[in-house]
Design a protein around this ligand. Structure first.
Ligand code: PLP
Length: 344
């Protein structure tokens, strides 16, 4: 039976495929807090190897994976630098401050178009009078930045900036798989540029739950304690890890399809002057400041036509493609959205 709605709100709405459910049902499991879940251990080893790091830790969510990493890198009272639209300071409910005592300072929201010199100019040295900067966090791909991909050259420059200042570089890589597919940069190339990464299995890769923190063996040993302290120690989590391993094996290459579908959506809405950024991956950010419809009105009109979209702000909205969106779904959206946007 076809779904009633074409759900373009987020790539988190995917449901496990039949193959994934089969992998989950047959997963070997143990108590992961004891380190005895073979499926979790295998997933952690696989993901660490993908990024060329020594170790990885399975966590229940991308937010927890980010927050564990930030606590590894920044001590209470010290400072994190990131962009004003970063997930870590926008959608994690103040966790860096609440759990890590971390002070955050932001550069203006520029999505993936980061100027490493601007970041370098913000770094504060150690001293008795100022908050010392300990880490920089970037987001690959950038969620509120319309799925933008930070170029490898920029990341290399940022690594240089961090090294020069003796501070750490973290990647919120919830959708790093999309960057890898869009820019054809090997995951290991990304991996070697960061002290820590958080990567999500439950976004475009389609697993129901799960993210990992990636880093050195020493960091991941400490991360295990922080995860437990935050209530993120899971027991027979191998059922979830099996879904993640299946997603890694089956669902990375197919992201190119999601990107192509997003490009079709972008092409259809572009004539109405509402495209916020060039679409490179699976996110289509809409800027409605020059349109008669605001984001809520657009979402309501789209819903009435069977298409669900996200409202991100009064005049910003987002469309997301994912493995639950078929070609027929895109055709439906391509009929509905231009018609709505064309209305006076
Ligand atoms: C860029 C980014 N980082 C982190 C997260 C957090 O993931 P979770 O919802 O699993 O906490 C998200 C969620 O959408 C995200 O888009």
């Amino acid at each position: 039976m076809p779904d009633l709605f074409v759900d373009l709100r987020s790539d988190t709405v995917t449901r496990p495929t039949a193959g994934m459910r089969e992998a989950m049902a047959t997963a070997e499991v143990g108590d992961d807090v004891y380190g005895e879940d073979p499926s979790v251990n295998a997933l952690e080893a696989e993901v660490a190897a993908l990024f060329g790091h020594e170790a990885a830790l399975f966590a229940p969510s991308g937010s927890m994976a980010n927050q564990i990493a930030l606590q590894l890198l920044v001590s209470p009272g010290d400072e994190l630098l990131c962009d004003a639209d970063a997930h870590v300071v926008t959608y994690e409910i103040g966790a860096a401050a609440a759990y890590g005592g971390i002070s955050s300072r932001t550069w203006p929201a520029v999505g993936a178009d980061i100027d490493p010199e601007v970041v370098a100019g913000m770094i504060r040295p150690d001293g008795y009078f100022a908050v010392p900067t300990r880490a920089i966090a970037v987001e690959q791909t950038h969620n509120r930045g319309g799925g933008g991909v930070i170029p490898l050259a920029t990341l290399r420059d940022l690594r240089g900036v961090a090294d020069e200042a003796g501070i750490a570089l973290h990647c919120d890589g919830a959708r790093i798989w999309h960057a890898h597919v869009a820019d054809r940069v090997p995951l290991i190339e990304y991996g070697r540029l960061f002290d820590t990464l958080s990567v999500c299995l439950s976004k475009g890769l389609g697993a129901p739950v799960g993210s990992l923190v990636v880093g050195s063996a020493e960091k991941i040993e400490r991360a295990r304690l922080i995860r437990k302290r935050m209530g993120g120690g899971m027991r027979q989590a191998g059922i979830l890890a099996a879904a993640g391993r299946y997603a890694l094996a089956q669902h990375i290459d197919r992201l190119a399809d999601d990107h192509a579908k997003a490009a079709r959506l972008a092409e259809a809405v572009a004539p109405f002057g509402v495209l916020a950024t060039t679409v490179r991956t699976n996110l289509v950010a809409l800027d409605l400041t020059k349109h008669t419809l605001d984001a809520r009105a657009l979402a309501a009109a789209a819903r009435a036509e069977g298409v669900l979209i996200s409202v991100l702000g009064p005049r910003t909205a987002r469309l997301v493609t994912h493995l639950g969106v078929s070609d027929a779904d895109i055709d439906r959206a391509l009929t509905a959205l231009p018609r709505i946007l064309a209305a006076p």
